[in-house]
Design a protein around this ligand. Structure first.
Ligand code: DC
Length: 232
């Protein structure tokens, strides 16, 4: 039996799903509202992809990427990603890692077995009292299979591309909706058909389609599963 300070007793809420499903915003809001730590696991894959580009490492060179993942000097200044700032070797890369190119590169490096295992312990180390909200693709299936509550968010590819289009427009970045729809479909296909930790709901996950819900409505539904489990 584990004692009360052991990781197994620290509650984890996993929020998995494809990009554009709303999981980033919803998991961050949930973590803040409940005063829990936050892990943006996608950011780790993005930082790795960025570091690989900077070091001129080929995105198919699995051994070199895994070695880089093991020694990656990445930090979240607030202790986790709640404040949204991400540093790579002392440089603020918060903005750079959000580009479409970096997202696609991240999806490619994330398909490699040694890369995923090199990042496993780092992700699990975010499980600290009083608890963790973990956002990603395989949080409920692989990284935290014993999570207290598992949620899988979905939305139609068109709606997700539309949300991305609006986000880019708000930032003053020009974008083409048709090519975003294609990119979303391509990334979904790669993330869900890869052999390792594919994007899929855990058997015991609550599934929520957010296509016709706004952030508040989605958050309310998630809270309705989380609050009783945390005995709030
Ligand atoms: O959530 P995101 O868009 O920031 O993630 C970027 C890529 O990283 C995504 O296309 C797939 C990969 N990823 C992953 O394989 N496993 C995770 N737990 C999180 C992200």
């Amino acid at each position: 039996m584990s004692d009360s300070g052991s990781p197994a007793k620290i509650p984890v809420i996993t929020i998995d799903g494809p990009s554009g499903s709303g999981k980033g915003t919803i998991s961050l809001r949930l973590a803040r509202q409940l005063g829990l730590h936050f892990l943006d696991s996608g950011a780790l894959y993005r930082v790795l992809a960025l570091a690989a580009r900077q070091a001129n490492i080929d995105l198919q060179d699995e051994a070199a990427l895994a070695a880089l993942a093991g020694e990656l000097d990445v930090s979240f200044p607030a202790g986790d990603a709640c404040e949204g700032k991400i540093m790579l070797s002392g440089q603020d890369v918060s903005r750079d890692i959000r580009s479409e190119t970096c997202g696609n590169d991240a999806s490619r490096v994330a398909a490699l077995r040694s890369v995923r295992s090199a990042l496993l312990d780092r992700q699990r180390s975010f499980r600290q009292p009083p608890g963790l909200v973990a956002d990603g693709r395989d949080m409920g299936t692989v990284v935290f299979p014993d999570a207290l509550v598992k949620v899988f968010l979905t939305a139609s590819p068109e709606e997700r591309a539309n949300r991305r289009y609006n986000q880019l427009k708000e930032k003053g970045i020009s974008a083409n909706l048709e090519s975003l729809v294609n990119e979303v479909a391509e990334r979904d296909h790669r993330d869900s058909t890869r052999a390792l930790s594919p994007l899929r709901p855990a058997d015991d996950a609550h599934i929520l389609d957010t296509s016709h819900l706004d952030i508040e409505q989605s958050l309310d539904r998630v809270l309705a599963w989380v609050a009783p489990a945390l005995k709030l």
